[in-house]
Design a protein around this ligand. Structure first.
Ligand SMILES: [Zn+2]
Length: 417
């Protein structure tokens, strides 16, 4: 009897194992998109209407990731994501890669991802531009890069080269301020045409309050180059102390130095302690949301003309439920918002759920169906259409993102001036 039960249990486990293995292999395939396609008929006409109130040439998507595996470039994806020794991260990576049209086949050149992205952009809005972001490595306290613990690496030279050969691409450099040659690298990238700098403090190990950032801020302020930096928690990072680096309050030294700062994702994830008061007193407590911390800063007159927030990723399931309605309902906040897609993330189906947005009252049924149709043909355009369609109902009145939120070209017009 015992043996029978054990055998049954083993068969059960075996079936479960096979099921999991099947899902492990099938899910990435299921998320893969077909080639970029032009919209047709009523869907095309409905999408066209999403552009009538904006100047298409001013639509710059300021948050687009260029990634590569080092096939024809010096880019890489971190070990933790690619190694089967970290099965969960490796699985996530396979899902993301499949949805992003990012081949994990060792012989596919990095250029394949770029070509797909450019095709999506040119089908969506060829008059606009993509701000393609480089991604620097994790750098330790001694100023040495740590490739083994870096999430990604996309060298500045790669985005600069793409921008040189594609007039609809603008290069965003990424330089870690703790590097011994940080200023030299920064200056070199700006001289070569970079028009923004990107940081992800939580993953790269950057404390924006660190004294080593001061000369860096001086260059950005002088050359009027916006600093696009992640705020809030970062899912890909495990360490709790590293999450504190995404606290928007740490950006005060940059703002005080006169840098134009773009706080990515409107800090819509995580709890951020008020570090100005006391760190230890609130130890263990959840603390106020990072979003509330950033909103307070945006309302502070000292940040006028200096601090902005990008709305990339805020339609994702983990962010939309918490803050999207509040953001949509606040027209004063819209003055400080700028649009970015965080591509390839909008291409990853489970991250954004139009059904969920409909359920929480931010999307109509007709608009949900339209967005789903657009997603099938062009996930980059889907991000734009969805953000034009989401709305909060305030006293019977519909509130949407103001058209100027999408016309972000002005942010880069001062660079080098
Ligand atoms: Zn991003």
């Amino acid at each position: 009897m015992a043996l029978f039960t054990r055998r049954r249990a083993l068969v059960g486990l075996g079936t479960l194992g096979a099921g999991l293995l099947g899902a492990r292999c099938a899910l990435p395939r299921w998320l893969r998109h077909g080639p970029p396609r032009a919209l047709e008929g009523e869907v095309a006409r409905a999408v066209e209407r999403c552009f009538v109130d904006v100047d298409r040439a001013k639509l710059w998507d300021l948050h687009v990731h260029l990634v590569g595996r080092g096939v024809g470039t010096r880019a890489f994806v971190g070990h933790e994501l690619t190694s089967p020794l970290s099965p969960w991260k490796n699985f996530q990576y396979d899902l993301y890669a499949a949805a992003a049209g990012f081949s994990t086949d060792p012989s596919t050149p990095d250029a394949a991802y770029l070509e797909r992205l450019l095709a999506l952009h040119r089908l969506a809005n060829p008059q606009g531009k993509l701000v393609l972001l480089a991604f620097d490595q994790l750098v330790d306290d001694e100023g040495r890069e740590v490739p083994d613990h870096s999430e990604l690496f996309t060298p500045n030279e790669y985005v600069l080269e793409v921008a040189r050969t594609n007039p609809d691409v603008v290069a965003g450099a990424s330089v870690h301020p703790y590097r011994k040659d940080a200023i030299e690298r920064l200056t070199r990238a700006l001289d070569a045409g970079a028009r923004a700098v990107k940081w992800l403090p939580n993953a790269m190990g950057i404390d924006p309050r660190d004294a080593r950032c001061v000369p860096f801020y001086r260059v950005l302020a002088e050359r009027k180059v916006p600093l696009i930096t992640h705020t809030g928690e970062e899912q890909a990072v495990d360490a709790r102390e590293a999450q504190a680096l995404g606290n928007p309050a740490r950006l005060w030294p940059a703002i005080d130095a006169g840098v134009t700062v773009v706080a990515s994702h409107v800090a819509t994830t995580g709890a951020c302690l008020d570090e100005q008061r006391t760190l230890e007193a609130s130890h263990g407590a959840a603390g106020p949301s990072c979003f509330a911390a950033l909103r307070d800063m945006l309302r502070d007159p000292r940040t006028e003309g200096r601090l902005y927030a990008d709305i990339s990723a805020i339609t994702q399931v983990n962010r939309a439920g918490a803050f999207l309605a509040e953001i949509l309902a606040d027209p004063a906040l819209h003055e400080r918002l700028v649009n970015g897609s965080d591509y390839p993330l909008p291409a990853i189906d489970p991250l954004v759920s139009t059904r969920y947005l409909e359920r929480i009252g931010l999307l109509s049924t007709a608009d949900r169906l339209l967005c789903n149709e657009v997603f099938r043909c062009n996930p980059l355009l889907f991000d734009y259409v969805l953000k034009r369609k989401v709305r909060a109902l305030v006293g019977g009145e519909e509130r949407r993102f103001a058209p100027r939120v999408f016309e972000t070209a002005w942010l880069f017009s001062q660079v080098g001036a």
